[in-house]
Design a protein around this ligand. Structure first.
Ligand SMILES: Nc1nc2c(ncn2[C@@H]2O[C@H](COP(=O)(O)OP(=O)(O)O)[C@@H](O)[C@H]2O)c(=O)[nH]1
Ligand SMILES: [Mg+2]
Length: 305
């Protein structure tokens, strides 16, 4: 595809072009990377009206089940929705994407829903290096909503928070253990806490919400994704965020933040690539032989970047 064909196809919301362009964005070939960068440069802006929401939480907490029901109702109301799922396991195992897709059976049949799974390759902690680019692409294709579902591991929520407008953190009733597992700091970046599986224990679910929701600006939602219960409150919270916040400003700040995240990630990738080269190994040998001290060795390495 030529640059012009791609830009046309995005504008016309052609799903085939969209899928192909996403593959182009994920390609490691230099010529593809160049074209991708050119396209991105043209479509990137901070004031698309698309609502970009992140969903995180430990595996099994019910993120995909929630999306299946919630997105279904959005589509019924005439919205076009893109779902990007980030799966750290998918590269090695072929993925639990199948798991996500089977959970989202109600959505696959909709023509106004676009689902794209991606592996989380090089980015630190789970968010795919080019997830933000995929978001930009979906914004340019005039989706009304974009959901990014990411498994909560380590730093991934922090990364995710920087590329979405609004971050939903899912917990199960009594899910404090989850929080330990995925790092308490995530609450700092959470816009809306959702305690799911209320049907398994309402009292405990409410306790969990009040315990972990204390520090948050928005009142937590207690829902059952399985029974499609509590969705209206979630929708209200999302609506009220978009009504009251200065979106362009939030996005600008996040883009600034993300710039450095991206630089760091690319530098790390580059180092991994360079490690195979002889020149770097020579520096290492000199360090090991005590010909260079550590700082000098690092200075030498940095010259190759
Ligand atoms: N009882 C109950 N089970 C749920 C609820 N939401 C999800 N589940 C179940 O939890 C399991 C994991 O759900 P899934 O949506 O794949 O979780 P994800 O890994 O966070 O995407 C599935 O067996 C779901 O049927 C809920 O509200 N109540
Ligand atoms: Mg899932």
């Amino acid at each position: 595809m030529t640059e012009q064909e791609i830009l046309e196809g995005i504008k016309n919301q052609n799903p085939q072009v969209l899928a192909k362009t996403m593959s182009l964005f994920e390609s490691q070939k230099d010529s593809d990377k160049k074209l991708a960068a050119k396209i991105l440069h043209q479509i990137e802006k901070d004031d698309y009206p698309t609502r970009v929401l992140g969903i995180t939480g430990t595996p099994g907490v019910g993120k995909s089940t929630f999306l299946n029901g919630f997105v279904d109702s959005l589509v019924q109301r005439g919205n076009k929705v893109a779902i990007l799922t980030i799966d750290p396991s998918s590269e090695k195992t072929g993925g639990s994407i199948l798991g996500d897709k089977t959970r989202m059976t109600d959505l696959i049949k909709h023509e106004n829903v676009f689902i794209r799974p991606s592996a989380s390759r090089a980015m630190l902690g789970g968010v795919s290096a080019n997830t933000r680019d995929l978001i930009t692409l979906c914004e340019a294709a005039s989706f009304d909503y974009i959901f990014v579902e990411s498994v909560g591991i380590g730093q991934s929520e922090v990364q995710l928070a920087k590329i979405v407008d609004f971050l939903l953190l899912f917990l199960a009733p009594g899910g404090g253990d989850d929080l330990q597992g995925i790092k308490k700091g995530v609450l700092e970046f959470t816009d809306l806490l959702i305690v799911n599986k209320k049907d398994l224990g309402k009292t405990l679910a409410l306790q969990t919400a009040s315990l972990y929701g204390q520090s948050l600006e928005n009142e937590p939602c207690v829902i059952s994704a399985l029974e499609k219960e509590g969705f209206e409150k979630v929708q209200q919270q999302i609506d009220s965020f978009y009504e009251k916040e200065d979106l362009a400003k939030i996005r600008f700040e996040k883009r600034k933040d993300f710039f450095w995240t991206r630089v760091e990630s690319d530098v790390i990738q580059l180092i991994h690539k360079l490690k195979a080269s002889d020149k770097l190994n020579k520096v290492l040998e000199k360090y090991l032989a005590k010909k260079y001290d550590l700082r000098k060795a690092i200075r030498k390495i940095l010259k190759f970047i």
